[in-house]
Design a protein around this ligand. Structure first.
Ligand SMILES: C=C(O[C@@H]1C=C(C(=O)O)C=C[C@H]1O)C(=O)O
Length: 496
């Protein structure tokens, strides 16, 4: 069997060598050490074994992971920066509920690392492509009553996948993670890992990118309907505006949802991801599976990235459509940049993020004025924000302070959340929550899960919202949510 893993690139050179066979002795030594350590500490040990592979289209890996049939899959990519994480199966996971979910996750992750063995033979690889990583996300509001729609999506769920494919620029790795108990049979574990690697390699070899994405430009037929009648939602915007004018609060982001029902076939997640990554290369393209369902989207909003103590975030609020001609586009750009309503809505977000980060950073730099973030059919005001994380603080601690920003919640935060709980008439679930990853050295990146849908075979529930301030108009807010829905409607197979 070992001869299958020759260590040479496979036929069309788009997938890597999967040299686990060559490393078998090293893997066995690690497994042996893990069982000894588990016996001594009376605590299971996580082993994380990383190998370098030749970069390959991430959707080919995602598809091959499905055929392995070893558990739920996760996809996360920032195409423009070639940063990708694709995972399948569960070595271990951290599920949390309630308001302390971020700090609890952070504590459990630190504890788990004291019981982790990592192979460090690949010193030439980027640090972010080695060792275990947690990937997953969090619900928008742990205090919002749950409905059946989001069953299986707890307030926080971060998984160390059994298999994890990662890319950064030109490098790619494949990591196998496994939780080892003291009584585990290491020969059997090694054989099982081996077998999965072999299956993976064969599956990748047998599917070409062309085959996989053959129909991604063919539109599919589906119908849509508003879950809350349009008039009811617009009336809600009007009453929110009245409360803001009366001084109850400054801003609330109201969202709504629509349901798309496919007439012929279930929605195809690979094709959806392919369409999203091509149309929105500057967005975070993600999919998280829970059984038969996928939470999928392409969001332009970075919540927080940490890299060796440096943080990057952004204020993103204030929206306009894109023009149909260059002149119209320029006109809309100008209007957005000069709109007092949009600038005011945006400034609330900048101020809050600056204040929140003050507790977690030694220095914070905020661009002095917003710039435009242009997407396919919509554009936003964006202010980049960077800083230096205080020693001992983790990305998850900082997210606990930042989320939800007034870009997706409102201001003041608690009043806005109370309003949403009482009046929005929507179970947001994971929509507008943090989605992303964190690795063992504390680096990570979370996006705000916007422009997203919960896909359940032939049914999809899509979510979109907009910031309501004193001079918001119900009609234009409704129109804004329609531009935002267009991202996922196109992703699911609708025409432009
Ligand atoms: C709430 C959404 O988007 C957020 C709200 C925006 C706005 O009100 O202008 C702009 C970008 C996002 O921060 C969404 O896409 O559903």
């Amino acid at each position: 069997m070992d001869t299958v893993f020759t260590g040479t690139p496979i036929s069309n050179n788009t997938t890597g060598a999967w040299p686990i066979a060559n490393e078998r002795q090293q893997l066995l030594a690690m497994l042996r050490q893990a069982t000894q350590q588990a016996t001594q500490s009376d605590h299971p040990v996580l082993i994380s074994f990383t190998q370098s592979v030749v970069p390959c289209h991430p959707l080919r890996i995602f598809h091959a992971f499905k055929l392995l049939n070893i558990g739920d899959r996760f996809y996360w990519e920032l195409p423009v920066e070639q940063r990708t994480l694709v995972g399948v199966g569960t070595a271990t996971m951290i599920e949390t509920n309630g308001p302390n979910r971020f700090t609890t996750t952070s504590t459990v992750w630190r504890h788990l690392q004291q019981h982790t063995l990592v192979n460090n033979t690949q010193e030439d690889l980027p640090e972010n492509l080695q060792g275990p990583a947690l990937i997953g996300g969090f619900a928008f509001d742990p205090e919002h009553p749950r409905t059946a729609l989001w069953e299986g999506f707890p307030d926080g769920l971060l998984v160390v996948p059994y298999l994890l494919f990662r890319t950064e620029e030109e490098s790619a790795t494949l990591t196998i993670n496994k939780l080892i108990q003291k009584a585990d049979d290491i020969e059997q574990c090694a054989a099982e890992m081996h077998q999965h690697m072999q299956q993976l390699r064969l599956t990748i070899e047998s599917t070409s990118e062309a085959q996989l994405l053959a129909n991604d430009d063919i539109n599919i037929q589906f119908t849509t309907h508003d879950l809350l009648p349009a008039q009811t939602w617009k009336a809600l915007v009007a009453s929110t505006v009245a409360k803001i004018r009366a001084g109850d609060y400054q801003k609330v982001v109201l969202a709504r949802s629509i349901q798309a029902s496919s007439e012929e076939t279930p929605f195809n997640i690979e094709i959806t991801l392919s369409r999203l990554r091509v149309s929105y290369p500057g967005a975070y393209v993600f999919a998280l599976q829970r059984g038969e369902r996928y939470f999928v989207g392409a969001t332009p909003e970075r919540l927080l990235r940490t890299s060796d103590g440096q943080i990057q975030t952004m204020a993103l609020a204030g929206s306009a459509p894109r023009g149909n001609s260059e002149e119209e586009d320029e006109q809309l750009d100008l209007e957005l940049l000069q709109s007092a309503k949009n600038q005011g809505e945006h400034a609330i977000v900048v101020t809050m993020i600056r204040e929140a980060l003050a507790h977690y950073c030694s220095q914070v730099w905020v661009s002095d004025k917003p710039q435009l973030l242009r997407l396919k059919n919509i554009q936003h005001l964006q202010t980049p924000i960077i800083g230096k994380l205080l020693p001992g603080k983790s990305i998850l601690d900082a997210i606990g302070e930042l989320h939800p920003t007034p870009a997706v919640g409102g201001f003041p935060r608690e009043t806005a959340l109370a309003e949403l709980r009482e009046f929005e008439q929507l179970d947001r679930g994971w929509y507008a929550g943090p989605i992303g990853w964190i690795n063992a050295n504390g680096n990570g990146e979370f996006a705000v899960a916007l422009r997203s849908a919960l896909v359940d075979e032939a049914q999809a529930t899509l979510f979109a919202g907009g910031g309501i301030v004193a001079d918001s108009q119900p009609e234009s807010e409704y129109a804004e949510t329609c531009w935002k829905f267009a991202v996922m409607l196109r992703g699911l197979g609708g025409g432009d």
